[in-house]
Write a protein that binds this ligand. Structure first.
Ligand code: FAD
Length: 386
């Protein structure tokens, strides 16, 4: 087994879209401060998501009959890299566009697809992902939340935690146990599209280190959801979730979460002309930009694999791991090169405010979407080393 990172290029035809997106973003984000841009895909702005929807940029690659726009995966790639590089507040629609929509297209019933997807692409509803639970993160097969078949549909009991954006979402794609584990713990799990306003569901936002209510605890107490909420096959949840995670690990969000800080860093170092930056700073910036270009090349190569319908689990894990390392080093390096401490005071320099946000958030980059150790385990297995 070896890595498949064949060189791939974004088609020249995507350039017109890139210019269109840049023009849109420079207008929309004109007054957005650096610390808000630094949130990138954790930033939330309902009005912004609705404007993106109105442009036809949600569900861009999905079939028109489900509200999509039938554009190419490369066009979507260009759109999201521009959004991330600019620090656009894409968080509200992020999960639905990246994951829940593609999952429903692949496994959902006709009713789920025709009922939910057009509403999402119009910016009317948003999704969150309910996999993790207290005591269940890396070891996802140990999910204990239950879905029980009853006459009225399915009854849900249990607790999900760290669910990004649950308090702002309308539906959760949740993983529940529908049967006791058999010989394999991977058996008996199923996915549901859960309407979050159903009685018996309570959502409590959890404030993170930087003071943002980004993720939530979601408690299900005899919550009854319709029979038609099952996604895909009962008991096949594990296989479906594994397919879903490939969408999650290779995109540009895995190395562009700190991009607004890199921009502020270069701005800060160049304040008094390029000469003021000093030799060390120039070398370090050059190194980071080269690494960024390499990660981007690898990620575009995986986009090409996905476009051909191939499973990039191994390559996606490599990108996520290297991307998290790249992003986590940047705040410390930035502080060292500029010699200014992080500070969230509104009167502080934009660089310091962006730095303050990222110093507090960067540790989570190697947790969300699969921890470093888990990814390295996947890589070792993919290479036949374990
Ligand atoms: C910002 C953020 C957003 C998140 N959003 C969501 C979301 O929207 N939906 C959702 O479902 N979850 C979400 N999560 C949860 C995330 O998926 C879990 O935190 C992650 O999978 C790790 O699980 P855990 O926290 O239970 O840690 P654990 O699994 O308990 O891991 C603790 C430590 O032990 C290590 N470890 C565990 N097992 C092994 C092993 N077999 N070998 C070696 N080392 C191991 C881990 O690498 C880690 O360092 C989010 C997390 C963060 C930080």
């Amino acid at each position: 087994m070896h890595f498949r990172f064949d060189p791939a290029r974004l088609p020249a035809a995507t350039e017109a879209l890139r210019q269109e997106v840049r023009a849109f973003l420079s207008e929309e984000l004109r007054d957005t401060p650096a610390e808000v841009r630094a949130r990138t895909w954790m930033g939330v702005d309902r009005e912004f998501s609705q404007k993106v929807a109105a442009r036809g940029w949600l569900g861009m690659t999905w079939p028109k009959r489900y509200g999509g726009h039938e554009r190419t995966a490369f066009e979507r790639y260009v759109l999201i890299e521009e959004m991330l590089a600019a620090g656009a507040p894409v968080g509200l629609h992020w999960m639905g566009d990246r994951q829940s929509g593609p999952l429903l297209l692949r496994y959902g019933t006709e009713e789920q697809k025709s009922e939910l997807l057009p509403r999402f692409t119009r910016g009317e509803i948003f999704f969150c992902i309910g996999m993790s639970e207290p005591d269940t993160g890396s070891d996802l097969a140990s999910v204990r939340s239950r879905a029980t078949r009853i006459d009225a549909g399915w009854m849900l009991d249990g607790t999900k935690v760290w669910t990004s954006g649950a308090h702002l979402s309308d539906y959760m794609i949740g993983l529940f146990r529908t049967r006791p584990a058999g010989e394999s713990r991977h058996e008996g799990l199923s996915q549901f599209v859960v309407p979050l306003r159903a009685p018996g569901i309570s959502i409590r936002p959890i404030r993170d280190l930087s003071g943002i209510d980004h993720f939530c605890e979601v408690v299900f107490e005899e919550a009854i959801i319709p029979a038609g909420s099952l996604v895909g096959e009962e008991g096949a949840g594990w296989q479906q979730v594994m397919a879903e995670l490939a969408y999650e690990r290779s995109g540009p969000e895995r190395f562009l979460s700190c991009h607004p800080l890199l921009v502020e860093l270069i701005r800060e170092l160049g304040q008094d002309g390029e000469a003021s930056a000093g030799e060390r700073a120039r070398v370090e910036i050059g190194r980071r930009v080269a690494r960024l270009a390499t990660l981007r090349g690898m990620s575009i190569s995986v986009a090409a694999l996905l476009d051909r319908g191939e499973n990039p689990e191994l390559e996606a894990s490599v990108i996520k791991d290297l991307g998290a390392l790249f992003e986590q080093e940047l705040p410390d390096l930035a502080q060292e090169l500029v010699g200014l401490a992080p500070c969230s005071d509104p009167a502080a320099r934009p660089f310091q405010r962006a730095l303050a946000h990222l110093v507090q958030n960067a540790p989570s980059f190697s947790l969300r979407g699969g921890t470093r150790e888990i990814l390295r385990g996947i890589i070792a297995r993919g290479l036949g080393l374990r």
